[in-house]
Design a protein around this ligand. Structure first.
Ligand SMILES: [Zn+2]
Length: 465
């Protein structure tokens, strides 16, 4: 059996790993790479293998850096199944359609400039039709049931990764030569006590493991403080008569924040104030969360029995059309506005930040990771001026951060997850981590006695026996 790391190698995007035996070639995830535009475009558009030679795809979850390049795979000739959990497949559908729309709009925007200059028009990475082809290949499996992988002499199983709705740890028992190799891929590993979702399941006994290491060198603040802090910041802003603007990713973070605010209003930590979710994608994602209560944790199920919808309450308004979105601006008095994208780089959040950033009564509250070179990061770093849609604004609103809402295991949780099976592991391959985090985690794994712990490079091949 052989692994080749075709993405998320010493970086956090573009997850894609190829597993090969004498019988079959199976792809684990097929995500888009983000980052420097030219390099990312090049890599996303040109797959490093013959798409038609792949026999099956196993999908860990619906984040775009794990599923976003599936339409390129089908467009390039892949004709097999794409196997994920039912919830993952439903979320993947809306993520791919949204991604195709963005690809088409970006190409159209650029071509408006290129064509008059006599330059060659550019093609979108993929279109809505391409996305629909990939969506038609999605095949659902439930957690815990073993299934056959097409053409591979193996059985496979998804375990709950507790990261976002439907997220899975993939476990394979592969017949290779005369023996069986027990192989695992963590996907993105979630954290304990996260709202809505169950805790990540323990790692089963494995010979080899591909392990994510996003926070391989960091420790999160205690989870329990996240909701208290959120309510505190909104309450303080409300007392000043201001609005709280929350940039949040449409998938998972928005549902978690809405549920948190709902709980806080019910337990009196927050007054019943108007809350807006201004994101069509978040609305679609919330619908899919509502369709899959079978994967919710006990607390959320109990909440639903008592209060029905965790993602809806009297003061909450979801806005889909642009006019309704604009109308939020005219609203006087305290409110909470949640919009995407989470790093204030694009989307409706830009309008809300622009309209509220110069008023000292308001707060811009960050609840997610802010990458370098994003407006979100600059605001967090204390920028006094912000450039939005070509105009300069003075930052007078308060800038706050609630770090408790991470969806990824931290260093301690990653090590605790591996520890019970450490003495059986013959190798661990750390992916989905920047260089520093990967190095720190590899070091930690070696201290657990796993000598063959490495962070593979892009394109590196490793043989497993
Ligand atoms: Zn993820």
């Amino acid at each position: 059996m052989r692994l080749t790391f075709w993405g998320a190698a010493r970086q956090v995007t573009g997850s894609m790993h190829l597993l090969e035996t004498a019988d079959a070639r199976v792809l684990l995830d097929c995500g888009t790479m983000q980052g420097h535009r030219r390099e990312a475009n090049e890599r996303n558009a040109h797959l490093p293998f013959e798409a038609s030679s792949i026999d099956a795809v196993l999908l860990s979850h619906a984040h775009i850096d794990h599923c976003g390049n599936l339409p390129t795979l089908t467009k390039s000739g892949y004709r097999g199944e794409i196997i994920g959990t039912h919830a993952t497949n439903d979320l993947t559908r809306i993520m791919l359609l949204d991604s195709a729309k963005i690809q088409e709009q970006d190409a159209e925007y650029l071509n408006k400039k290129r064509v008059p200059r006599g330059e060659q028009p550019i093609e979108p990475l993929y279109t809505r039709d391409d996305a629909e082809d990939a969506i038609r290949a999605l095949t659902g499996r439930s957690y815990h049931f073993w299934f056959d992988v097409p053409h591979l002499r193996a059985r496979a199983q998804f375990l709950d990764a507790g990261h976002i709705l439907g997220s899975a740890i993939t476990v394979l028992q592969v017949q290779d030569g005369s023996g069986t190799i027990r192989f695992g891929y963590s996907g993105d590993l979630g954290i304990k006590d996260k709202l809505i979702l169950r805790d990540p399941e323990p790692a089963p006994p494995l010979d080899y493991l591909i392990l994510e290491g996003t926070y391989g060198n960091r420790i999160h603040p205690p989870r329990g403080q996240a909701e208290t802090e959120l309510a505190q910041i909104i309450r303080d802003t409300t007392a000043r008569g201001g609005k709280t603007i929350i940039p949040a990713f449409a998938l998972d973070r928005t549902q978690e924040i809405v549920y948190s605010i709902h709980r806080s209003i019910l337990n009196g930590a927050l007054p019943p104030l108007p809350v807006f979710v201004d994101s069509p994608l978040a609305m679609d994602a919330t619908e899919i969360y509502r369709m899959h209560p079978e994967v919710f944790d006990k607390e959320t199920v109990a909440f639903m029995e008592k209060h029905e919808d965790p993602f809806g309450f009297r003061q909450l308004t979801y806005t889909r059309d642009v006019e309704a979105s604009k109308a939020i601006n005219d609203l006087d008095g305290p409110a909470v506005i949640i919009a995407s994208n989470g790093m204030v780089e694009a989307g409706r959040i830009l309008h809300h930040v622009k309209n509220n950033i110069e008023n000292p009564r308001n707060t811009i509250l960050f609840v997610g990771y802010q990458a370098e070179n994003t407006l979100g990061r600059r605001l967090l770093d204390g920028a006094k001026r912000a450039r939005i849609f070509g105009d300069e604004y003075t930052v007078r609103a308060r800038i706050e951060q609630d770090q408790g809402f991470s969806a990824h295991a931290d260093r301690i949780a990653l090590m605790n997850w591996v520890r019970p099976i450490a003495d059986q592991l013959k190798g661990v391959f750390v992916v989905h981590a920047e260089q520093d985090a990967a190095d720190a985690l590899v070091q930690g794994l070696r201290e657990l006695g796993i000598e063959n712990a490495v962070a593979p490079e892009y394109g590196q091949q490793i043989n497993l026996h």
